[in-house]
Design a protein around this ligand. Structure first.
Ligand code: FAD
Length: 504
């Protein structure tokens, strides 16, 4: 059953005139569709929409948004990528959720097309609902690949571009939003607009990191470079946080590496986790004993890309790049894997957890950008005095630096006002009934930062009040609001972010 009808309890909030549009047959109100769109990866929020649109073309989405815009009482519309938000960001209470991945089933210009021109070089035109894993596989067929990634590839292009899209390549290439040349966007007025730095640039910058507030991305033109075949992948362990961060900052300041991240190992957690199974079984006991001895240890992770046929000096080069680092003697671990296996490293952990029923569980995550000047205080106050002490941690903890100058301030994304800042990812998993304990710990961490004067910014932000959103955007709030008034004046789009519909 897919056509909305008067008797359907979910549709009373939608105008009946919707039924006369030709998209009606693609509006789903069956309980399966509603259930899927009312949940996300976080498993902590449930919001019931009135219907789900499975668009067969970009025009279907334009028709829907335009219809809502012209209604006397507009209904909300949320683009849903892969639903991998954690706090209901892609949901629409009593509105319509647009399943962006449906577009990938049709040949309506939303596929993945690789091209070249003299001013941009190689690039890919990619549908907003495409998964990054599919972008990778399609571009590699041409020997090319995007340069900036997320750690996990089963996310959509529109979903990550609405945030930023960061990983260990961001220090070098900037976030994914710094590597977009052009987009097609459906605004909150139902207008279909092509935008770039030079064409409708206000919309272009608004949408990059714009949390879905200004338009639905149906195509993004993404920068490509030659795709390497293989990677040298190295992890080094530290017990001294200042040596660890000093080395990270040194490595992001020199040329040569292609990826730099870092993580925290504590509370007897196994060194391997779903983010990637890296450490050999034979070394795990001594890593655990090191972590028990020091309480907390830190893992610096780097990668250098190479092509086996054209590079026989790779080991020497890597050795040169890592010379002088202060990791613990005897705690350097190396791997040599294919480029695809490296980029898709999280997938095997996901499949393992899925088979044990441990993937589809609540994820009370907290992601922060912390200025470099406060990172030592953050280590003392948060890693040591909150997380380690409370011993509740149940997932990877990421910590790695990047450069502010790789981000364009005209974009909606918000970062700290300091040349170097750290990404902190507290990627908790929990049982169905105990996520609130970790959520409470996250609140404590935010309160600590406030009190200690640490000017951290949330990444993948979630707030309850308008005041908190205004604080988050700070000097960008006025422009963010003006852009909303310009591109989505009736506040139709992405209500699940709770920015313009939050309490005061
Ligand atoms: P959704 O959750 O479906 O949507 C997110 C937001 O974007 C919503 O507001 C939605 O309305 C809007 N949106 C979706 N599609 C569009 C579109 N086409 N046009 C306009 N708005 C749209 N992030 C990183 O940066 N780096 C990482 O390494 C990383 N790793 C992750 C690993 C895992 C296992 C998970 C679950 C998440 C990870 N994330 C990471 C976070 C992820 O980038 C965001 O949650 C992202 O929004 C998820 O993409 P999605 O397609 O599922 O988006």
């Amino acid at each position: 059953m897919s056509i909305i009808g008067k008797s359907n309890p979910w549709t009373s909030s939608l105008p009946h005139e919707l039924q006369s549009l030709d998209i009606a047959s693609r509006l789903h109100v069956d309980s399966e569709a509603i259930k899927l769109a009312s949940r996300d990866f976080g498993k902590m929020v449930q919001t019931i929409p009135s219907a789900i649109l499975h668009p067969s073309s970009i025009k279907d989405i334009t028709t829907l948004v335009k219809f809502s815009y012209n209604c006397s009482v507009p209904f909300s519309v949320a683009a849903r990528g892969h639903g991998h938000s954690v706090k209901g960001q892609a949901m629409a209470e009593s509105g319509v959720v647009v399943d962006m991945t449906s577009l990938n089933n049709y040949g309506n210009g939303t596929g993945i097309r690789v091209s070249w021109n003299p001013s941009l070089g190689f690039y890919a035109d990619v549908g907003g609902g495409q998964l990054w894993i599919d972008v990778l596989m399609a571009t590699l067929e041409h020997g090319l690949a995007p340069v900036s990634w997320t750690d996990y590839l089963y996310l959509t292009v529109g979903g990550t571009i609405s945030n930023a899209g960061i990983s260990g390549q961001s220090f070098l290439h900037g976030p994914q939003i710094s590597n977009v040349y052009e987009m097609d966007v459906i605004t909150g007025k139902g207008e279909y607009v092509t935008c770039s730095k030079h064409l409708n640039s206000e919309l272009f910058y608004a949408v990059l990191g714009g949390l879905g507030q200004f338009g639905i991305i149906t195509r993004a033109r993404i920068a490509l470079d030659r795709g390497p075949h293989r990677v040298k992948w190295v992890r080094m362990l530290y017990h001294d946080f200042s040596a660890f961060t000093r080395d990270q900052e040194h490595l992001i300041s020199i040329n040569g590496l292609d990826y730099i991240e870092g993580s925290v190992i504590m509370n007897q957690s196994p060194p391997n986790n779903w983010r990637s199974s890296f450490f050999p079984l034979s070394d795990q006991a001594r890593i655990i004993s090191l972590s028990n001895k020091h309480g907390i240890i830190y893992c610096l992770e780097v990668v250098k890309y190479y092509n086996e046929l054209s590079n026989d000096t790779i080991d020497e080069e890597l050795q040169g790049l890592l010379k002088g680092l202060n990791f613990l003697q005897g705690f350097m671990f190396k791997k040599d894997v294919s480029f695809v296996d490296f980029l898709n490293r999280v997938r095997s952990g996901e499949l393992k957890l899925q088979s044990k029923g441990l993937w589809d569980v609540p994820h009370p995550w907290l992601n922060l950008f912390v200025p470099k000047s406060s990172i030592m205080d953050f280590n003392d106050g948060v890693f040591i005095n909150i997380i380690h002490k409370q011993n509740k941690t149940t997932g990877p903890i990421l910590v790695y630096p990047m450069h502010q100058n790789k981000w364009d301030d005209r974009m909606s994304a918000v970062i700290p006002d300091e040349e170097t800042f750290y990404t902190i990812g507290l990627l908790h998993s929990s049982g169905v009934n105990d996520w609130e304990v970790l959520d409470q710990q996250n609140k404590e961490i935010l309160q600590f930062c406030d009190k200690a004067g640490i000017k951290a910014k949330q990444y993948l932000p979630h707030y309850r009040t308008k005041k908190e959103w205004m604080n988050h955007f700070d000097s960008k709030w006025d422009i963010f609001q003006q852009r909303k008034a310009q591109f989505d004046p009736k506040m139709i789009l992405s209500p699940g972010q709770r920015i313009f519909n939050s309490v005061l």
